[in-house]
Design a protein around this ligand. Structure first.
Ligand code: NAD
Length: 546
């Protein structure tokens, strides 16, 4: 006698749910796999949605599969317009309704995979219902129709990833875009001195950015701010963050974190081992093994596969992972992996921080672009907590190498040992990632003592700018004296006993500090030099509404 086929229901048919369903099918040809999706589309590219606003990506190109194509290729029973409303764990059934007809349904399961995603936060602001979220294809259709028919003024609320990507694409489509951020900076995963570089690029490209902006009211024609400003708004985009869609799990009595997010074990099983959960609806663990809400596509895809593997009895787990995210902002790329400095400090740790500003490839080969890298690590053990990168060509490559290093447990000083690909059009014989390793090594060995941009003026040290007289004239730290590096040896006897030396990006400052320390002067360096200091200062000034 044959055992009856395994009945698996997947709730949610986008990244996590479809990864789970297709992997399951590859591992089990006989299972009855049903995918329930509330919306009209499954397996769509939700990370690609903003790029349709500029016409860069065609609408149909965002639809990667249809229920028919999934039936044909994977023999999946994909039911769109089917909303799951209740899970009866004792009876092992899912009940719900067809959203177009209202017709109820009840389906039995042996195993259940929840991938209901996350939903846009709608802050309690009068008139906010006029704002368009950008999470699904129907969201995109509504927003695009409004943008195409309304006037040119668009206000985007929230300067996280969706906000900046929407702003970039709407600007490319010729709209007047204002980006309003309640917090002090754009792109919250970055630390402020890196976010300031993104902010400057948005300014350069004609996106008006206001930070510390409290929206008080949205009317049919305007967005009002607490400051009294009133911005013309033919279209308003809602990008104020997302929350895990965990209500179904909560109602079913599954363990859900107080602050939101379905709790799962390393195999992605919920508190009911017959029910798995993946994607934006769950809490995972970050690089410090703390609970983390990481609504990113990479995790959803990886978790879908892990859940399917474990469900089929294969050894599979999803342990702590650094979150890695990246976005393009016009000519810049910006991203981060692991924890930023703020998060590490919030966890009660005291990290060491270094900044570098290398060129994307050998300076003598035409077309090199600037990169800005930040490494956050523990100087005693070399443990990397996180890294951030902003810049031109090759920013993504460096970020990915750093994400790999972080995930693999490579020490900060061992970044110097990574044998990275090199030819002049692509990098340098000492790649920017290797250079981070060299700098980390110097710090760990006690050869260099970096002070941060926010510590410089209160350090009590004499400030010495070792750049050229021309560079100094163009801008310097208040109170700094200019002693170009090549004249520093002669000047050493006349310096204060404790100094802070700096240059433009940190390299000459490093040479200067080693020289002075050997001549008996107690010299610290300024991490990332004048460039980081300036970006840090810019981050302290809230950008007012235009
Ligand atoms: P987010 O959490 O990244 O950013 C939301 C921003 O809105 C925050 O900066 C927050 O301070 C701000 N905000 C909240 N309330 C506000 C208000 N009333 N007025 C003004 N600003 C307000 O969220 P998101 O941009 O909606 O993106 C959702 C998730 O999707 C994020 O986790 C994001 O990382 C992810 N995502 C990633 C990418 C990528 O990696 N390229 C792209 C898109 C989305």
């Amino acid at each position: 006698m044959h055992a009856s086929p395994l009945r698996v229901i997947v709730i949610g048919g986008v990244a996590g749910g479809m990864s789970a369903a297709t992997r399951l099918r590859r591992l089990n040809e006989t299972a009855l796999i049903t995918v329930l999706e509330r919306g009209p589309y499954v397996s769509f590219a939700n990370c690609g949605l903003p790029y349709h606003l500029s016409g860069t990506v065609g609408r149909d190109d965002l639809l990667l599969h249809t229920p028919d194509s999934l039936q044909t290729r994977f023999n999946l029973d994909v039911r769109v317009h089917h909303e799951a409303l209740q899970i009866d764990r004792a009876a092992r059934t899912v009940t719900g309704r067809q959203t177009l007809t209202g017709e109820p349904f009840t389906l039995p399961y042996d195993r259940l995979i929840l991938s209901p995603g996350a939903h846009a936060v709608r802050p309690p602001i009068p008139g906010i219902e006029r704002a368009f979220p950008l999470r699904t294809v129907p969201d995109l259709d509504r927003l695009k129709a409004a943008v195409d028919t309304a006037g040119p003024h668009v206000v985007v609320i929230g300067a996280g990833f969706i906000g900046v990507e929407a702003a970039e694409n709407l600007r490319a489509a010729g709209r007047h875009v204002t980006l309003l951020e309640a917090g002090p900076q754009v792109l919250p995963p970055l630390d402020p001195e890196l976010a300031a570089l993104v902010h400057q690029e948005l300014d350069r490209q004609g996106v008006h950015v206001a930070t510390g902006a409290a929206v008080t009211r949205v009317t049919d024609t305007h967005v009002h701010l607490h400051s009294g400003a009133c911005l013309p708004a033919d279209v308003v985009v809602l990008a104020a963050g997302v929350r895990p869609s965990d209500q179904l799990a909560r109602d079913a009595g599954l363990d859900v974190a107080t602050g939101g997010g379905i709790l799962v074990n390393d195999h992605l099983q919920t508190s009911d081992p017959l029910i798995y959960a993946v994607g934006d609806a769950i809490l995972t663990r970050d690089a410090l093994d703390q609970p983390a809400f990481v609504p990113l596509a990479w995790g959803a895809n990886r978790q879908g596969r892990v859940a399917a593997d474990h469900l089929m009895g294969r050894p599979a787990s999803y342990g702590p992972h650094p979150a890695t995210a990246i976005a393009r902002i016009f000519t810049l790329t910006a991203g981060s992996t692991g924890l930023n400095e703020r998060q590490v400090r919030a966890a009660g740790l005291t990290p060491t921080v270094i900044h570098t500003h290398p060129a994307s490839h050998a300076g003598y080969y035409p077309g090199a672009q600037g990169l800005h890298l930040k490494l956050v690590f523990d100087a005693a053990t070399g443990r990397i907590y996180g890294a951030q990168a902003v810049g031109g060509d090759g920013t993504d490559k460096r970020l990915d190498v750093l994400a790999t290093a972080l995930h693999a447990g490579v020490r900060a000083d061992d970044l110097a040992d990574l044998p990275l690909a090199y030819a002049p059009p692509y990098g340098s014989a000492k790649d920017p990632v290797n250079m981070l390793g060299y700098v980390a090594q110097n710090v760990m060995d006690g050869l260099t003592r970096p002070l941060q941009w926010h510590e410089a003026l209160s350090s009590g040290r004499q400030l010495i700018d070792v750049r050229s007289a021309d560079e100094y004239r163009r801008g310097h730290l208040p109170g700094a004296v200019n002693i170009p590096l090549d004249t520093l040896r002669e000047q050493a006897p006349h310096l204060a006993p404790r100094v802070l030396v700096y240059c433009q990006v940190g390299q000459r400052g490093h040479t200067a500090a080693l020289l002075l320390n050997q001549l008996g002067v107690d010299a610290c360096t300024l991490s990332g030099g004048y460039l980081t200091w300036q970006a840090g200062q810019a981050s302290l000034t809230p950008a007012a509404h235009p």
